[in-house]
Design a binder for this molecule. Structure first.
Ligand code: COI
Length: 349
């Protein structure tokens, strides 16, 4: 690995008490380029802009995918990355589907650990605070032919993230737009999946909803995801979440919630969730909670769902009664080394 440390670090400008997620980046980044059929040497270098041409294939044809993961600091300033091998295996699934070369483990994991270690002072301590890490791969060949690129860049950048107890939001159940289709790229963290979600989300915003519950593209009768998150529904004391598929992202937070619910002995069923069953449960008072989970946000609780022009209010439960908030706390406590880690999910840096 080539290591070039920043000569003008900005860490003194970082105020851990006052920052917002995603627009301030740590002093360094990881870069590795792919050319002539192989990945080159990993470079850990000062964070900053790179020279690109508008003729770069990645920006023309969207051959690009990314990951989202986090590192945490405990009270003794020990630093942990959460389940990095899951993100490593998923970025390669995304890359394969987009006809991009897979990243070798040493490039991804060693680059990641070296960056987190060097920029550890950027990790804010405090309940739920973290460093959000964004690995990505994109096509860099300068060519406008619509074909697989011959050149790529793998990069990792990182941004401090606050404890993220977001306010409950209203979501619209999609009856027209879809996020993914059979045979498509829904399971991949393809950059284009996010681009395609912005317009329907903007329309939902105009109708007074913060996010969308994505339903299946052929019938719109089944829940798939919500916003940029996996979705969970609680009816009575049972939690439901749709099975992952080629249309549904295999979320790391989703998997962690499932395992934490099992550990607590909460009944959790991984099975299709029909819109009809959720509306019915709302009518008869058995619908207790709906929430989304993802790395960036951890959990977003829904306060209302929009369905056929109606806004249906949902109960807002306190922590002691809420499965969503209880499992979120279990997860954050484990991530930040406040609780035991019986699963071996924390990786010490
Ligand atoms: C994540 O939760 O890591 C995501 O990928 C959502 C992101 C688009 C902010």
């Amino acid at each position: 690995m080539i290591i070039q440390k920043s000569t003008a670090p900005r860490i003194s400008e970082f105020d851990p008490e006052n920052f917002s997620f995603g627009n301030m980046f740590t002093d360094h980044m990881v870069i590795c380029e792919y050319e002539d059929g192989k990945w080159g040497e990993v470079k850990l270098m000062p964070y900053g802009p790179l020279p690109f041409t508008p003729a770069m294939m990645g920006v023309n044809y969207g051959q690009a995918c990314f990951e989202g993961m986090k590192a945490y600091k405990d009270k003794d300033s020990q630093v942990f990355i959460f389940r990095p091998e899951k993100n490593f295996s998923r970025i390669n699934k995304s890359a394969s589907r987009l006809a991009m070369p897979e990243i070798p483990a040493e490039v991804f994991l060693e680059g990641l650990k070296a960056l987190v270690d060097l920029d550890r002072d950027w990790i804010p301590y405090g309940e739920g605070n973290s460093l959000y890490i964004r690995p990505l791969i994109f096509a860099t060949e300068e060519a406008l032919k619509a074909r697989i690129s011959n050149k790529y860049m793998f990069a990792i950048v990182a941004t401090p993230a606050k404890s993220y107890y977001s306010a409950p939001v209203s979501v619209k159940i999609s009856d027209y737009y879809s996020r993914a289709a059979n045979g498509g790229v829904g399971f991949a963290k393809a950059a284009g999946n996010y681009a395609a979600s912005f317009y329907p989300t903007q329309l939902a915003n105009e109708e007074g909803y913060e996010q969308i519950i994505w339903t299946d593209d052929s019938t719109h009768e089944y829940f798939e995801e919500s916003g940029t998150m996996n979705v969970f529904v609680r009816i009575n004391d049972t939690i439901y979440t749709p099975p992952t598929s080629e249309k549904i992202l295999d979320g790391v937070t989703r998997d962690s919630f499932i395992q934490l619910a099992n550990k607590r002995g909460i009944e959790l069923k991984v099975e299709p969730i029909s819109v009809k069953s959720v509306i019915e449960a709302h009518k008869n008072g058995t619908l207790k909670e709906i929430w989304g989970v993802g790395t960036a946000v951890v959990t977003t609780v829904f306060k209302a769902i929009g369905y056929q022009g109606e806004k249906l209010e949902l109960p807002q439960l306190p922590l002691e009664e809420s499965f969503a908030l209880t499992l979120q706390k279990d997860l954050v406590d484990l991530q930040t080394n406040v609780a035991e880690d019986p699963f071996g999910w924390r990786v010490l840096v």
